[in-house]
Design a protein around this ligand. Structure first.
Ligand SMILES: Nc1ncnc2c1ncn2[C@@H]1O[C@H](COP(=O)(O)OP(=O)(O)OP(=O)(O)O)[C@@H](O)[C@H]1O
Ligand SMILES: [Mg+2]
Length: 189
């Protein structure tokens, strides 16, 4: 577990508020890896400690655009660019931000690195085999039956990120363990 955590940019708890920007933890990884599960838990735990925190999920933004938004690179980048904007604004307002989004394309990853301030990228790692077994949304099943052909990890290769700041292995560690590590790695002055 030693390599699974790294200290975030320190943020003063006393200073949390409009004068002290928050941090952005960007969780990326394949479908069913555990991004939403982990992000939801981290935000709940931070709030439980009295730390203002917010979650932005890729599905939420995609849902806002509606069914016309496709799954090509441009559409995916559009979702990511909205998430980047929301994350920066919330962090500027002093919130600790957690983003959960596939972010599979190199262009999207580069965009995040270049445009998000106080950023930590967490790679939510899980083999495609294990993701396909979990399959809470049934997407792998649909891809296997040929009902969809846009599932990254099944219809096209999922490429792990090059230099994540954190690696969160959801096959090796439980939600409890990973969430506790993440929350502990926020540094308060
Ligand atoms: N250690 C773990 N961390 C997170 N999730 C886990 C872990 N072990 C098992 N799971 C399960 O894996 C599933 C992950 O689903 P989740 O919706 O969080 O994935 P996701 O990465 O957000 O997928 P998507 O890209 O489709 O939104 C859940 O059913 C969750 O309970
Ligand atoms: Mg999700």
């Amino acid at each position: 577990m030693a390599n699974a955590t790294k200290h975030f940019e320190p943020t003063s708890r006393q200073g949390l508020g409009y004068s002290q920007p928050g941090t952005v933890l960007w969780l990326l990884g394949p479908t069913s890896a555990g991004k939403t599960t982990l992000a939801t838990r981290v935000v709940a735990d931070l709030r439980g400690q009295g730390v203002p925190a917010i979650l932005y999920d890729g599905d939420e933004v995609r849902g806002f655009f509606g069914p016309d938004l496709g799954f090509g690179a441009d559409s995916r980048l559009r979702v990511v660019s909205v998430l980047v904007h929301l994350a920066n604004k919330a962090a500027d307002a002093g919130l600790q931000v957690v983003v959960a989004a596939l972010t599979a394309g190199q262009d999207a990853r580069d965009y995040v690195r270049e445009n998000v301030r106080n950023l930590t990228i967490g790679y939510v790692a899980c083999s495609v085999q294990a993701c396909a077994q979990r399959d809470p949304k049934g997407l792998y099943g649909r891809a296997m039956r040929g009902e969809i052909d846009t599932l990254i990890g099944y219809n096209s290769e999922y490429r792990p990120p090059d230099n994540p700041d954190l690696v969160l292995d959801t096959e090796a560690y439980s939600v409890d363990e990973l969430a506790a590590r993440i929350v502990a790695s926020y540094v308060w002055n």
